[in-house]
Design a protein around this ligand. Structure first.
Ligand code: SAH
Length: 385
């Protein structure tokens, strides 16, 4: 194989942790035995670093009302074929109570994007109510899009402590192609939002869709480097799946098959686990839309977070981000038993009743506070002289 001599083998790249952009492309293209090796190594590293626990985040899809018009998304503003809904406060609190009773440890409140003061105040109130009703036990992650600085702060002070905002693509040009140019979808604004969220004090999560129109494998390699450079605490990424009521309803001739998008997504999870061993990585629902055991496969390849849907069943058909979204005909109760059985297949233990915070975040916090102590001590020393 001398003609490939300047290309490193998959095993070498993993062993020596040589995650340059070119090597990441090699890993993303790994097939057959090489592909399996990658998934296996990532699974092993997860067990060595953070163990075999998987944490649940009960997902509450609060509302599909959205001010944005993302070209790929089923709940985009221009889609007139869905009934818009808002869960009542009571329904949100009941869902949170269900998560508490089931010992889920945490919930995620997700919604279409709304930037009104009314929405901000409502979320703030709900966070406080959920915190006090659960005796502060339930952890709260938010996935409510781009908001103002003061809104992030109010929600953080009310008790939410993690925030998910996918960058969707770290390539500004591709970001532009995936969103309309209507002044509401700017890459720089998204990046600013991520920085604000981090500064507010949240554990920060981001992610991308895998296999979108116009995306290349080099883009995905850059996405992985973006996660590393941004020093994220958590990630949620999964395959792009067409939605019939969006401009991207028909796959282009050169589009990846769903199976290829799925395999690429598993490799993205595995590679990121190798690059960032102590972050939280979600096994996303979109994986399950392509392969019924998709999330379990992701857990084996390095993921450690699952988000069982606890939205009341009758709303779920209206929160279809993409075609064939799973579990839309079910009620929350049906999910819990199902998840136990599924995860038993992966030799994982479920971290019932635990927040399962990102170890990466904790380490950074500790480093920051010991750094602050050193600076403090040094300054006190100066004062005493
Ligand atoms: N409005 C919120 C969250 C709702 S959408 C926000 O902007 O953060 C949550 C995620 O679903 C999006 O970030 C996107 O990555 C994903 N998504 C949307 N449409 C999708 C599709 N067609 N296929 C796969 N994932 C999709």
């Amino acid at each position: 194989m001398h003609y490939l001599c300047d290309m490193l083998a998959v095993a070498e790249i993993i062993e020596q942790k040589l995650f340059s952009r070119d090597n990441l492309v090699t890993l993303l293209r790994a097939e057959g035995a090489d592909g399996l090796l990658l998934l296996k190594k990532a699974g092993e590293l997860k067990l060595q670093t953070i163990g075999n626990k998987v944490y649940f985040r009960g997902l509450i899809e609060l509302s599909n009302v959205c001010e944005k018009d993302c070209l790929y998304c089923g709940i985009r503003r221009s889609n007139k074929n869905i009934e818009r809904y808002n869960l009542t406060d009571e329904e949100v609190l009941e869902a949170a109570q269900f998560a508490s009773l089931e010992q889920y440890g945490s919930i995620v409140i997700q919604s279409g994007e709304v930037t009104s003061e009314r929405f901000a105040a409502r979320i703030e109130r709900l966070i406080s109510q959920i915190k006090s009703a659960s005796g502060n036990k339930l952890g709260i992650t938010l996935s409510l899009g781009e908001q103002r600085k003061d809104v992030y702060k109010r929600w953080f002070e009310a008790g939410a402590h993690r925030y998910l905002l996918r960058i969707e693509s770290s390539n500004p040009e591709l970001y532009r192609q995936l969103h309309p140019e209507d002044g509401h979808h700017r890459y720089e604004q998204r990046l600013d939002a991520l920085n604000l969220i981090r500064k507010t004090g949240y554990q920060i999560g981001t992610g991308v869709m895998i296999g979108t129109p116009m995306q290349t494998v080099q883009d995905l390699a850059s996405d992985l480097l973006f996660f590393k450079d941004f020093d994220i605490d958590m990630v949620g990424m999964g395959p792009f799946i067409e939605h019939d009521d969006t401009p991207f309803r028909v796959p282009a001739d050169d589009a990846l098959s769903l199976a290829d998008r799925f395999n690429l997504s598993l490799k993205m999870v595995a590679i990121l686990r190798l690059m960032m061993p102590d972050i939280n990585i979600a096994a996303t629902t979109a994986l399950q839309a392509i392969d019924p055991l998709g999330r379990e496969k992701a857990v084996k390849a390095g993921a450690n977070i699952i988000m069982p849907n606890i939205t009341p069943g009758r709303y779920r058909k209206n929160y279809l981000l993409y075609n064939n979204k799973p579990c839309t005909g079910e009620e929350p109760e049906q999910c819990s038993g199902c998840m136990d059985a599924r995860l038993a297949l992966t030799d994982s233990e479920i971290g019932y009743g635990e927040w399962g915070d990102s170890l990466h975040f904790k380490k950074r916090e500790n480093e920051n506070s010991s750094f602050a102590r050193i600076v403090n001590d040094a300054l006190q020393g100066v004062g005493n002289e």
